[in-house]
Design a protein around this ligand. Sequence first.
Ligand code: ZN
Length: 411
Amino acid sequence: MGDNNSVDRARYDFKKSMQEIMNFKGRGTELISVYVPHTKLISDVMAYLRDEQSQASNIKSKATMKNVTSAIDSIMSRLKTYKAPPENGIVIFCGEVPRAGDQTKMVQYVINPPEPIGAFLYRCDSSFFTEPLESMLLDKKYYGLIVIDRKEATLGMLSGSKITVLKHFDSLVPSKHHQGGQSSVRFERLIEIAAHEFFKKVADNATTVFLDSIMDLQGIIVGGPGATKDFFIKENYLHHELQKKVVSPLFDTGYTDESGLKEVVDAAQGTMQDMQLTVEKEYIQRLFREIRKQDGGLSAYGETEVRNAANMGAVEVFLISEGLKKSHVTFQCPNGHIHEKTVDDPDVPIQCPDCGQNAKPTSSEDLVDNFFELADTYNARLQLISVDSEEGDMLLKAFGGIAALLRYKVA
Ligand code: ZN
């Protein structure tokens, strides 16, 4: 369970940081991006940055020069904390970005990329250089594709909207209409043996291409022109782990080559969308069923109620909307009162509820991350709920994006 949360959380954090980074625009050419692959020596990077820093003294605009210099400083002091780059390398974005009014603020993002960085790269520009990371935002999850009849079969995969052909087979199964002079019973038998061997070959190849990555395999979509596809599935030719992933229903296509793969993907479009949202939908529907019970059932919703339940160890699954754009801040007033609060913008001053004085944030965290921590503390699952479905939209609008399914009722 914990592992499941940590993968989801890393992905959420990466996506959220990327959204922010891609939106920043500098006033001048002063936003710095540094990509350090695993194999690069930190000392080489430091030398490179020192060189860039000395060249920055040639920049005409005083303000830009100052901003570039201090951004490089900040990157260097961050890099100093590493003996070597992490396994996938490291990417640092740093620079002065506009804030409300005429203000600017220095931002720094340190990204541990989900995939390896290819080459060392330094950019100073009016926006951050994010292209090498953008493809990593794509989901690694994919669908397996099989189109089959007795003459031909093709294996493929669909990731994002890209279809890739993995294997193509022409069968040697003779056509039933071409009996020649042979005894028809014997010939029929030969045909069935040949067909059986062909189906086995297709299935064995499916095992080879899909079984290793079964963790990312969302489902196998099967299509073809006639009854062969149904026979192929019904007779359990596929490896049992793959067989479990076969998407129902099977789809009719006119072809069993590359264009057949395109046909089957088109035909399965609606089914795939439903599948992605199914897990989330099931959780939300379970929540609604609990809420409708006279005593409120095993549910909690709204931030305060969910936190209370969590602190009693009663939460089984947190249901948190991806559409939450809030921060959880700890703040302290001049009289030393300490409070925690959830706010839309952590930069807006807060009044102390005890004495009314202006209080300053001492720490601030994304609200979703804050709930991920709560989930880890209490060994609960956290399910992120996208806003793409009616249920997800309702969670955000009616319950403020925060709800939970409970292990037991809290008073
Ligand atoms: Zn106070």
